[in-house]
Design a protein around this ligand. Sequence first.
Ligand code: PLP
Length: 367
Amino acid sequence: MKVNFLDLKSQYHSIKDEIDGAIQEVLERSAFAAGPFVKAFEEHFAEKQGRKFCVGVSSGTAALHIAMMALDIKAGDEVIVPVNTFFATPEAVSLSGAKPVFIDCEPEYYNVDINLIEPAITPKTRAIVAVNLYGQPAQLEKIREIAEKHRLLLIEDCAQSHLATLNGRLTGTFGVCGCFSFYPGKNLGAYGEGGAVTMDDENLYKKVMMLRDHGSPQKYIHELIGHNYRMEGIQGAILDVKLKHLPAWTETRRKNADLYRKYLADCPQIVLPEEMPGARHVYHLFIIRTPKREEMIKYLQEQGIYTGIHYPIPCHLQKAYESFGHKRGDFAISEKYADEILSLPMSEQLKEDEIIYTSEKIKAFFA
Ligand SMILES: *Cc1c(COP(=O)(O)O)cnc(C)c1O
């Protein structure tokens, strides 16, 4: 048996007619850069994610960067970010000119350790980026309290947490804005690149709209230095089709996570992911831990099972941040986990027999 880490082709075939029709319509109307298909998607996505406004942009990285630009985060400012995240989170801070200040993750849920936020605050701190990593909400209520107490902006990185909730409230609605990615492998993925910023504040919305289009409120009038961060029309049309399926796909991911838990319950050698009380995890990734990771990857691959590592090098140890002077030992939990985490195959296309096969091979590896 072969178990893909992700199966975007079979997802496409499950909705082929709708997708082909949507692309055809964009071609017929030549609405390629932003335009009506992006606008329709923005309205639907804002509604699904519980916000008044949404701006479609060209990637999740662009979403984070443009949000920081719109919030006037700039050189001389500091922004607190977890070290256990995809590189784009601190990278967007650096692109804004500000300095990312790294902190470690909590041991149980992999998200930022809230006890480490206040000690990292300085007079220069302007914002905290809470990443809802792997599809699990961070401790957003408590992070929000800390942000309010210190008058800091809370920006949510929701690149992996579409439709995730904490105590019934959607991620992306706790802070000033939510930043989403529609990279093909994300829970809601474009057929190319895409991202979005969601918010309730109309002035922030207008500013993000301008910044994604050369600081332009109308054609050839430029009020700000912005970017070309527009979402493509074809991606907007595709995302609008897929958005209708996202609630059902999310349920299937959650069911698949339960199946892994069931079939791996008698495998004490690995640590399974835990759901934080009150959290509705959407399983962008299903992360296990084992000190025997490298051998396990090799063994599983020989059995036709493809896994991933998210992420093998914590951000502070990346060469790009060499000048910060961090060293191994600075963020012990993230560093230890980077050596032990393994992402099992996970998607809404994954079938129960594939989960059984993968679980059995994991147990056979230890036997
Ligand atoms: C994917 C991702 C991003 C970046 O999104 P892109 O669309 O790839 O630019 C940012 N943060 C996190 C946590 C991500 O997983």
